[in-house]
Design a protein around this ligand. Sequence first.
Ligand SMILES: Cc1ncc(C[n+]2csc(CCOP(=O)(O)OP(=O)(O)O)c2C)c(N)n1
Ligand SMILES: [Mg+2]
Length: 372
Amino acid sequence: MPELNGEDEPDPIGGGPRRRGRTIPPGVAVRSGRETLSAELALTIFRQMVRTRALEERSIKMSKSGEAYFWIGGPGEEATNVCLGLQVHKGQGPAYDYLHLHYRNAGVMLGMGMSMLDHVRQLGMRRTDPHSMGRNFVGHYCIPKWNVVPVTSVIEVQFAMAPGTALVQKRFGGEGITIVVGGEAGTAEGDFDSCLNWTTRPGNELPVLMLVTNNRFGISTDLRTVHVDRPVADRAVPYGIRAETVDGNDPIAVWHGIARGMKHCRELRRPFLLETMVSRMHGHSSSSGAMRDPAEADPLALFERKLLDDGAIDADGVTALKDDAKAEADAAVVEAMAEAQPTPADVRRFTYADSEVDAVYPGDYTGLPGRR
Ligand SMILES: Cc1ncc(C[n+]2csc(CCOP(=O)(O)OP(=O)(O)O)c2C)c(N)n1
Ligand SMILES: [Mg+2]
């Protein structure tokens, strides 16, 4: 198992740019409060944050240019998402981590090693989209070989599903955990409570890392109008679940928060709730215009300033990383848009799996992947 994800994948645009622009004097560490990261790790996180931002900005453009019709994503969540993606134990089956994600998690996937191209293929509705054959919303990933369970637009159902994979992992043994991600507004849904309940049955506690990304909004509803002025993480208190709230815009804080949560779940086989306070830099989605909200803090700009101040990188290094990321995103869009779209015959393909017990709708079976 690699120490970090992302770095073991072939570079999508050739070997050169991955290391370009790095200037790490030996022994430099980057600090936030009492916590530190090595400059090497901090730059790996920064590079993936830069790539994620470039991909999101190009994605927003696609939704405005007609290359795509709808955008939703995570500008402002890069620190949280990349730090999660880099630490996942990636693989297939119960020995590895399961991911039940939200619709803002491009940074998780890039951190795990997914190419920008596979994100753009879904957004651009191409038949080559490996997640949904070009038939689902952007950010609705599905990668069986990495235990990435299909993302659903119906919010919070992932919290009702997570105990299922965790139960299998607990029975199987080993250190695989289930990671479930959702927004703070969704925690008002019963599915969230089901997760708290099912992961804490005495003698049957489950290794689920619940990650709540708190951007203080559910579409247009301000959290302060629907939730008492307490951390959302307090929802875990009556269940005796260990919980923390960290600054999700600070990669050093969130890296260590996720590491503590993962260690707790892996070793004790019990749940952990981590709330990360994040920004929502372009509103909810393209439906509200996706304009940059100047009131929202930018985690990328904040981390860049810290890395420059601490001498982990210089200005030329930052420029090179940003140029490379933008070129990679642009190239991914050019490649994806030249690919075929699904055909009318594809619309209902793979909708239902074969089932001997489905006596009601046997005619709906449209074939399993690989049996076209
Ligand atoms: C069950 C359900 N109810 C309502 C919606 C409509 N809806 C889509 S996103 C959203 C807001 C979710 O807010 P939050 O959980 O904080 O996540 P965020 O979008 O802020 O990341 C709502 C209400 C939905 N998709 N599913
Ligand atoms: Mg929210």
